[in-house]
Ligand binder design. Sequence first.
Ligand code: HEC
Ligand code: HEC
Ligand code: HEC
Ligand code: HEC
Length: 457
Amino acid sequence: MKTSTFKALVGVAAAALLLAGCERPPVDSVQGGYRGTAMGLVYNPRILEKQIPLNQPPEALAAVPSDGPKAKDVYQNVKILGDLSVAEFARHMAAVTAWVAPQEGCNYCHNPANLADDSKYTKVVARRMIQMTQHINSKWKNHVADTGVTCYTCHRGQPVPQYVWSAPAPDKNVSRLLGDRAEQNAPSPVVGLSTLPNDPFTHYLLGDSDIRVAGTTALPTGNRHSIKQAEYTYGFMMHLSTALGVNCTYCHNTQSFGSWESSPPQRATAWHGIRMSRDLNVAYMDPLQPVFPDNRKGTQGDVLKVNCQTCHQGAYKPLYGAQMAKGHPELLAPVIATAAAAPAAVAAAGTGNLEPVKLYFETAKADLPADVGKQLEALIAYAKANPDAKLGISGYHDKRGSVAANAELAKNRAVAVREVLKAAGVTEDRIQMQKPVETEGGSDDKEARRVEVYAAK
Ligand code: HEC
Ligand code: HEC
Ligand code: HEC
Ligand code: HEC
């Protein structure tokens, strides 16, 4: 082969490689905002076709009875899920095995000779991960809504989630003549192979550097943000788009990136998502650093951390919005576990009269609010200290909505409270569901949306 032909071939191969990194036409375009507002969304049907099978939820496990002995009474070293029945606990263990270590099985986390032993780091990490998942589902509802997450949302059947990040190696040219590249001109998939700074995560998802850079006045008066800072913001925004498989217009009116008024609602959800990801990295992932072995850390010795892609994996909602947490109440909130594991409170509660307890609910919701743990704890403590006492439960609603929907809502709120009490060991024969004569709970909105629990005869 002549050198020139060879060179030409290499040229063609290189061009093909380059193109493989691009998206070839045709693509579909969907109008997002009003015509002419530059809010069209562009989708590549071939990428979507590959994405969909990759983002299917796992099969749900059958429900199991919640009565019978509790895990904490049967096992030796159960710190978080102790209030599940033994059957529910076994179901949880089967689920995490399928979600996190299907190849390796129970022994990925357990010493088979003694399941109570904590000597494997994976078990220690997994215990903290249960708490992290509960935290996401209960404290970050403004991002994950009732859809919620389970271990599968991030892990997808692998011990190490596919999309994680860690600190990049420092630029070795910093102190040389070539100068500091400032994380730039080194094409990185993190920023969609652009030449933007390629470590936005350390700045925005561990630290809380300012993402907003645009000035709010016509003249550059008072806006101290540099072009460099704007480049960091753009680099991070490339990640947001890639992680969700969307264009900038999914969250912005590109006529004015900074304006909240003209942004689609997804931008506000994303705003919470940024704070949530940061919270997970700072409060859960980073502190696990001493627990992980070196081969599970990044090149700089930091732990692998969470970004938008860890959960989203190219979908606008993880697993295209599949209801993940629903089939796993143990991952919804730490309420049940903390409520019953309170022997000290039992002593403090003593015997005697129960002041009626009011639990306030969100508008149109019958989900147990996350902030009622202490009140439930006190109720459960009272029930334990007074084994003969009975509890009455009544649900109320505010004046918005139809009569039929409101009756259902008031009932469901009362049922939600009954279920936690039952889960904490208050038997059903001690609970009286009492429909009030007037279920509309008064004029003040918040006061109206309540469940009352009181001593019954
Ligand atoms: C991803 C890690 C992980 C996997 C896989 C796993 N477990 Fe566990 N297991 C844990 C954690 C964490 C605890 C402690 C839970 C707590 O503190 O509330 C635990 C506790 C237990 C206990 C209680 C032991 C005691 O006496 O304290 C039993 C029993 C158990 N697991 C059984 C199993 C079985 C059976 C399997 C396989 C089907 C399994 N586990 C798979 C993480 C795991
Ligand atoms: C928000 C995403 C997310 C969720 C939800 C999540 N994890 Fe993780 N998990 C991670 C990340 C990130 C790591 C770090 C990987 C590393 O450094 O090895 C990790 C690591 C682990 C490891 C250590 C694996 C290894 O081989 O080093 C275990 C075990 C684990 N998770 C179990 C669980 C369990 C059990 C749940 C559900 C109760 C869960 N995770 C939920 C993100 C998540
Ligand atoms: C998933 C939603 C989402 C996507 C997609 C997205 N952004 Fe953003 N963008 C946000 C949020 C949220 C903020 C504000 C962040 C904050 O204040 O913490 C923001 C802020 C910005 C800002 C700063 C605005 C200001 O007030 O200074 C710019 C510029 C920007 N985005 C550009 C882009 C570009 C360009 C793209 C496409 C490559 C993009 N964004 C894609 C959600 C998104
Ligand atoms: C712990 C997992 C997790 C992480 C991490 C995460 N998200 Fe989400 N996100 C979800 C879930 C679950 C939903 C679905 C909520 C629902 O059904 O309304 C969601 C929904 C969204 C939506 C709304 C989509 C729509 O069409 O309504 C946006 C936008 C979004 N996420 C952006 C982000 C951004 C940006 C990041 C990173 C800064 C991020 N998310 C990180 C779990 C996560």
